[in-house]
Design a protein around this ligand. Structure first.
Ligand code: ZN
Length: 324
């Protein structure tokens, strides 16, 4: 969730980015390769969709995480780069969605803020994908007439088997926005979305609704998925993902030894990939944001020197070989 006050905008801009982004014409991108193409047994492919958004596939099933293609529309000429005001309508950009999403079997939602949940309903209707998330994520999707057959609501603690993959749902907490005054920030972005909402929705409808992380076991890999710059340490201790998508913009700096504690809890994952750190699609991130990106990489190198750090580029697939 982006910050709207000038005070916090400065803090946000200081650390939105933690990986290099190519200033490329997003609309010119062709659709990603469809699942099933050119993956060997044991390989897994992760494609960064911007913000906390991912496409993850083993060549059989396609799992999306927090798809928010609409973020790229903000940076078009004449658009407001921080998105609509709280009381204004906030609509998924179907052209961007159609350009970048062709197939999806499941959509994992970490929380209901628009930079995580805005596009899910439209994508489910387009692809038939099943949305997994809190009741708030479900209610936001129901506003787009997504039927209950396509919704799996969870509360955290579940560990579900889906035949081709399994999914552990991890209780989590949101980034400590507003200088740690997140729960009393008066911006109306916490709490739950009610049933009965009808699209088009306003930005203020996209409240958090609780927070989740996920452990996706697929193709012999275990992928830790975060959508916020925070975690509950005891929920992470003992997990052994070989790939960790770590929420890592500068909001992590509000948290005591964020990177070190996480790497230790997870047993130093073989691959660490920053997420939610692309300056919300800004093709020209600030100097401070770029510096923070380097800082996070250094934190990982210090805490977990054997981890391979991969800076994702929008829509460029990352193929991880079979787990040793
Ligand atoms: Zn959020």
């Amino acid at each position: 969730m982006r910050l709207r006050s000038a005070l916090h905008a400065a803090a946000l801009l200081a650390g939105l980015l933690s990986h290099p982004m190519m200033a490329r014409p997003v609309m010119a991108q062709v659709s990603q390769p469809t699942a099933g193409t050119s993956l060997k047994k044991g390989e897994i492919r992760l494609t960064y969709l911007g913000n906390a958004g991912w496409e993850i596939t083993d060549g059989t099933k396609v799992v999306l995480v927090d798809p928010f293609l609409t973020q790229f529309a903000r940076w078009a000429p004449g658009k407001q780069s921080d998105g609509p005001a709280q009381t204004d309508l906030y609509l998924p950009d179907t052209a961007l969605i159609n350009a970048h999403v062709t197939k999806a079997d499941y959509i994992l939602i970490t929380h209901g803020h628009p930079d995580h949940a805005l596009d899910a309903g439209v994508i489910s209707n387009k692809t038939g994908a099943i949305i997994v998330g809190h009741e708030t994520a479900a209610n936001l999707a129901r506003a787009y007439d997504v039927p209950d057959a396509k919704l799996i609501t969870v509360i955290g603690g579940e560990d579900y088997d889906f035949d081709d993959f399994s999914l552990r749902v991890i209780p989590n907490i949101h980034s400590a926005l507003d200088d740690k005054h997140y729960y009393n920030n008066t911006r109306g972005i916490t709490g739950n979305a009610p049933r009965g909402l009808k699209a088009p929705l306003r930005r203020k409808d996209y409240v958090e609704g609780g927070n989740l992380a996920y452990l996706l076991r697929m193709g012999g890999h275990e992928v830790l998925i975060m959508g916020s710059m925070n975690y509950i340490e005891r929920e992470m201790v003992g997990l052994r993902p070989d790939i960790a998508l770590v929420g890592s913009n500068s909001q992590r700096l509000e948290v005591f030894e964020f990177t070190g504690r996480l790497m230790k809890a997870l047993g130093n994952p073989a691959v660490v990939i920053p997420t939610h750190a692309d300056a919300y699609g800004d093709p020209k991130p600030t100097t401070a944001a770029l510096a923070d990106r380097k800082k996070f990489q250094q934190e990982v190198a210090t805490a977990s020197p054997k981890s391979r750090f991969i800076s994702p580029t929008w829509f460029t697939p990352i193929v991880i070989p079979a787990r040793q």
